[in-house]
Design a protein around this ligand. Structure first.
Ligand SMILES: NC(=O)c1ccc[n+]([C@@H]2O[C@H](COP(=O)([O-])OP(=O)(O)OC[C@H]3O[C@@H](n4cnc5c(N)ncnc54)[C@H](OP(=O)(O)O)[C@@H]3O)[C@@H](O)[C@H]2O)c1
Length: 215
């Protein structure tokens, strides 16, 4: 399956592209094609240097929607509406949300939209798409450290069983990530809220690479 990343030039999008392109066809999306091309060139050079295989191409965000089977939204949550308004053809697609709406003050705080979570907001905006929440709690830095094992647990939530299974298989195809079925999309609020918790724990305990492992 082709995986396309909306906002594939960002911290998380680029890291996901590096990892996913090892064994999937990946499209790096951007609002600007030149930015996607430059980001894609960087990823290809990096992977070539490491002698790793890859299948990676650049496009606009609309190109991602037109050509990918799985569309990952890797953009800041506050840019969701403007991004959705700029795209057509998401009906029937598997759409993955890894967005965690939060505010930074003395500590990081989860600030969900009125729907309850970013994933639920996305599903409301795209009633004919199959929204699955996944990858919420993995730091961008770890995605990008491609020579290192990625061995977190990944909570996967969604109301569409077949599509949830497809995303769980996608998760399990990456390094040593372990997909766990966390239930319906409504549970995404709990999963998104784990991210500010993890960042606060890292900050207040001077820890690095704090992750989520359910064992
Ligand atoms: N960073 C992490 O460690 C991490 C971990 C887990 C989940 N997440 C979630 O992943 C998402 C992306 O995080 P990130 O740190 O990668 O974000 P980011 O680097 O700030 O932004 C990602 C991409 O979003 C696009 N973008 C930025 N502003 C936009 C706007 N006004 N309208 C439309 N697109 C815009 C940009 O792509 P173009 O300019 O190329 O269009 C940008 O490269 C967030 O929802 C975050 O909660 C992040």
């Amino acid at each position: 399956m082709k995986v396309g990343i909306i906002g594939g030039t960002g911290g998380i999008g680029k890291g996901m592209a590096l990892r996913l392109s090892q064994n999937h066809e990946v499209i790096i999306g951007s609002r600007k094609e030149e930015k996607a091309s430059s980001s894609c060139d960087d990823c290809c050079d990096f992977l070539k240097e490491l002698g790793l295989p890859f299948n990676l191409m650049p496009s606009t965000n609309q190109g991602v929607v037109d050509n990918a089977d799985i569309v990952v939204f890797a953009i800041p949550p506050e840019t969701l509406q403007v991004t959705i308004d700029s795209l057509t053809g998401l009906e029937g697609k598997i759409v993955v949300s890894l967005m965690n709406p939060m505010e930074k003050g003395d500590y990081f705080k989860y600030v969900p939209p009125e729907e309850g979570s970013a994933a639920l907001e996305l599903q409301r905006m795209l009633p004919q798409s199959k929204v699955i929440a996944a990858f919420n709690n993995i730091p961008a830095k770890k995605w990008n450290q491609i020579s290192e094992v990625l061995d977190y647990s990944v909570c996967v939530c969604g109301d569409h069983d077949e599509e949830k299974q497809i995303i769980m298989e996608l998760v399990n195809s990456i390094s040593e990530l372990e997909a766990l079925n966390a239930g319906p999309l409504a549970v995404s609020a709990t999963v998104e809220a784990i991210t500010p918790l993890v960042i606060n724990i890292a900050k207040f305990n001077k820890m690095r690479d704090v992750g989520v492992y359910f064992r």
